[in-house]
Design a protein around this ligand. Structure first.
Ligand SMILES: Nc1ncnc2c1ncn2[C@@H]1O[C@H](COP(=O)(O)OP(=O)(O)OP(=O)(O)O)[C@@H](O)[C@H]1O
Ligand SMILES: Cc1ncc(CO)c(N)n1
Length: 276
């Protein structure tokens, strides 16, 4: 058996490299997992917003998926921006065929500045297809509110919502990311076997948080691909993302990208220390 761990991301692109497929592949690489990708939509976007979206034909998405799965089989798969109901239906079917592979569903709905990446009427389909077959689903506050149709303002609300997402929507576990709430960066995990677990990190005061959700779910996918426990994987993903936000690169005119090499900052020469 080949001992190189392998992860696959199925998502849209970000030509500026901070979110989507590009962020996922950088994260896999940093965590020493061999990264592969299936692109669903080409997105003209940058740190200031989304300018245009070009969805790939469904047959072509299927061909890419087959190309990967028939050759270099992944230990874990994540999905990010999946823009159309037919893409969701196809991927649900494929993920069910490969149900032994751990599947992380990042239910991406919008970019950091609020520009939509998923039309409102498609959100129920996302809930009923991909979320329903996931090993873990990773919504932010707005996405969790949408999935479970409840207002989330406190950590107690996050606990209720995470529990409901698992009990009512079929996901095996859920982690709600509290990046957009005030105070420390608190994320709430729930699974039937482990119950509620709260993960906390100090908040970094920065606007450079473009792609934090992609980075988090990709790190989680990479750790799960290595066979780490769900607790260890979430813990590592949280630390990786917190470091990437803390050692900000200060790039772009809007919500800048995070620093995917930040987790190894200690060992780098000081010219790579870009915080400032
Ligand atoms: N300013 C911050 N300081 C520290 N951690 C943060 C900060 N903002 C977000 N996080 C953490 O980053 C991770 C991603 O959360 P966030 O809520 O930003 O995701 P998201 O909204 O899906 O991101 P995006 O849509 O930009 O990809 C979580 O672990 C969250 O707690
Ligand atoms: C392609 C893509 N996926 C996810 C996000 C959310 O950060 C984004 N901005 N772009």
């Amino acid at each position: 058996m080949n001992s190189v761990y392998r992860a696959l991301t199925i998502a849209g692109t970000d030509p500026t490299g901070g979110a989507g497929i590009q962020a996922d592949l950088k994260t896999f690489q940093e965590l020493e997992v061999y990264g592969m990708s299936v692109i669903t939509s080409l997105v003209a976007q940058n740190t200031t917003g989304v300018q245009a979206i070009h969805d790939l034909p469904i047959e072509f998405i299927e061909k890419q998926f087959y190309a990967v799965m028939s050759d270099i089989y992944p230990n874990a798969i994540k999905t990010g921006m999946i823009a159309q109901p037919d893409m969701m239906a196809l991927l649900k079917e494929k993920l069910e065929e490969h149900h032994l592979v751990t599947y992380v569903c990042d239910p991406v709905m919008m970019a950091k500045n609020g520009d939509p990446l998923l039309e409102k009427h498609v959100r129920a389909t996302l809930r009923d297809t991909l979320v329903a077959v996931s090993s873990i689903v990773t919504p932010n506050i707005a996405e969790a509110e949408d999935l479970i149709e409840m207002k989330i303002e406190t950590v107690e609300d996050m606990k209720k919502a995470a529990t409901r997402i698992v009990k009512e929507l079929g996901a095996k576990s859920a982690i709600i990311k509290g990046g957009s709430l005030a105070g420390d960066a608190v994320d709430v995990f729930y699974s039937t076997s482990e119950g509620i677990i709260v993960f906390e990190a100090p908040r970094t005061d920065t606007k450079h948080t473009h792609g934090t959700g992609c980075t988090f779910s990709a790190a989680l996918c990479a750790e799960l691909a290595k066979g780490s426990s769900i607790y260890q994987s979430v813990h590592k993903a949280k630390q990786f993302t917190a470091d990437a936000i803390y050692w900000s690169l200060n790039l772009g005119n809007g919500y800048g990208p995070t620093n995917h090499w930040a987790h190894r900052m200690q060992g780098l020469p000081t010219q790579y220390n870009t915080k400032g």
